[in-house]
Design a binder for this molecule. Structure first.
Ligand code: NAD
Ligand code: UDX
Length: 456
């Protein structure tokens, strides 16, 4: 079949895979190829066992794969034939040299630009899909356009706002799609081509266009604001515990004010995921770089409160468990950074397990989707941690259960049965406030949760 447009996406991860699958599904006239250097990942995208778990993804892949959606490791050929190249490679926090621990590690990004340049034989539109420091497009353009082949590369920014666990829904019905371009004739022409792709299914008033730098910075800022709301409510959760206020009640009533809104006010053991911490630290680095230390300190506090909040789990456990958990079996319910994903990147559960080990406890981790990745993340302490698919078995003989992920299936367990099998007194720390604390207390559990003080 002849296709009107040929799109390539470099990077077949949590963003590249689902976004391109949805573009292919919604634009049958567009050929979409997704490439990666990771052969195993591409093999999985071409199999019935997709490399990531995302509700609804399997069906959409099945509809489009082989029709106008292709997964491959043949990067040079795919680059040569593409009109528009989305770059969705990972941009982790730098772990070495200047800016280590904060700045974005752009080595994969720059490598991709050079690979494109090496094999390209015609002009192309390059779209930043990864989350990048503001002004990365300037560097990208310098690398790409300083070629002696007479080729022109127009760089656009099209950050992705999907959240894991709801990626397909977010992509089908986005709040907005953002595309940034240079405010030039060639910039606007390139922009229009990418707008035309999204216009296949996204209402026109939700496709927002800005200049390049606004687009790059909006993505970092949106994540920083979302994370800031969680840190704000989590900081208040500590005050609730001291005063007898109930953080869920406070958040509910506050959220009724339209100016505040109800979303992202769920107190928890802390936010996780591959984006929030990385993107805020990147923002902090940028503020420092541009000579704005006060702004940097403001945003860094969001990350600091988050880590403090996760460490508070052990403090509460010690308080409830006679100041010692050494030698005690502790069931950790959930290792994914949120429900409905198998992703464990920056999961607060990782920190909880390490805090348990520091207290010489014996953690047993259970999770419906994330045991594989949990083993990878805990590789350095693997001999000290047990993994158990069945939550009932994980809790058998345990002194405490710590709920780290808000999986619905944990709320649906037979807690009487769990209580029977546990050592007494049996303690539950509900780090997501998903369990019925009153019902658990009725059964006999000692219960602590986030932001709920004694109400007398
Ligand atoms: P990921 O690690 O899941 O996927 C990145 C993929 O890029 C990997 O499979 C890797 O092998 C591949 N890759 C790296 N260098 C390559 C190269 N030179 N050529 C070909 N492939 C290469 O990462 P992700 O979660 O998909 O995130 C990608 C970007 O999107 C990041 O910048 C992230 O901040 C951003 N983002 C992520 C999310 C999310 O929910 N995960 C949401 C919005 C934005
Ligand atoms: C986030 C952004 O939401 C998304 O727009 C961006 O594209 C990528 O980063 P993601 O990290 O996948 O998405 O999930 P999100 O739903 O934002 O949750 C992040 C973390 O915050 C999770 O650990 C979640 O459990 C936690 N969280 C979320 C809370 O603790 N309380 C809340 O009210 C909301």
């Amino acid at each position: 079949m002849e296709f009107n447009t040929k799109i390539l996406c470099i990077g077949a991860g949590y963003v590249g895979g689902p976004t391109m699958t949805v573009i292919a599904d919604k634009c049958p006239d567009v050929k979409v190829t997704v490439v990666d250097i990771n052969q195993a990942r591409i093999d999985a995208w071409n199999s019935d066992n997709l490399p990531i778990f995302e509700p609804g993804l399997d069906e959409v892949v099945k509809r489009a794969r082989g029709r106008n959606l292709f997964f491959s490791t043949d990067i040079p050929n795919a680059v040569r034939e593409a009109d528009i190249i989305f770059v969705s490679v990972n941009t982790p926090t730098k772990t070495f040299g200047r800016g280590a621990g904060k700045a974005s590690d752009l080595q994969y990004w720059e490598k991709t630009a050079r690979e494109i340049l090496e094999v390209a034989t015609n002009d192309k539109i390059i779209v930043e899909k990864s989350t990048l420091p503001v002004r990365t497009a300037a560097a990208m353009e310098r690398i790409l356009n300083s070629n002696d082949k007479g080729l022109h590369f127009e760089v656009l920014s099209n950050p992705e706002f999907l959240a894991e666990g709801t990626a397909i829904k977010d992509l089908f019905e986005p709040d907005r799609v953002l595309i940034g371009s240079h405010q030039t004739k060639s910039g606007f022409a390139a922009l229009q081509k990418v707008v035309d792709i999204y216009a296949h299914w996204v209402p026109k008033d939700r496709i927002l266009t800005t200049n390049l730098w606004s687009s790059e910075l909006t993505k970092l800022t949106a994540n920083a604001f979302l994370a800031q709301r969680i840190s704000s409510i989590n900081s208040i959760s500590a005050l609730c515990e001291k005063t007898g206020a109930d953080v869920d009640e406070v958040a509910f009533v506050m959220g009724k004010d339209h100016r505040i809104g109800s979303k992202f006010l769920k107190a928890s053991i802390g936010f996780g995921g591959s984006c929030f911490k990385k993107d805020i630290l990147n923002l902090v680095y940028l503020c420092g770089y541009y000579g704005l230390p006060e702004v940097a300190a403001y945003w860094e506090s969001v990350v600091k409160i988050n880590e403090w909040q996760t460490h508070r789990v052990i403090s509460s456990m010690l308080e409830h468990m006679f100041n010692t958990i050494a030698g005690k079996k502790i069931a950790v319910f959930g290792f994914a950074f949120k429900a409905n994903t198998g992703d464990t990147r920056e999961s607060p559960a990782n920190l909880v397990v390490r805090d348990l080990l520091a207290e010489h406890a014996h953690p047993v981790v259970t999770d419906p989707k994330a045991i594989h990745d949990a083993k990878r993340d805990l590789a350095d302490v693997l001999s000290q941690v047990e993994f158990e698919e069945d939550p009932y078995k994980a809790a058998e003989g345990a002194h405490a259960v710590v709920v780290c992920t808000e999986w619905k299936c944990f709320a649906e367990l037979d807690w009487k049965r769990i209580y029977k099998g546990m050592a007494k007194p049996a303690f539950v720390y509900d780090g997501r406030n998903i369990l019925d604390a009153a019902a658990l207390r009725e059964i006999g559990f000692d219960v602590a949760n986030v932001g709920k003080g004694k109400a007398e």
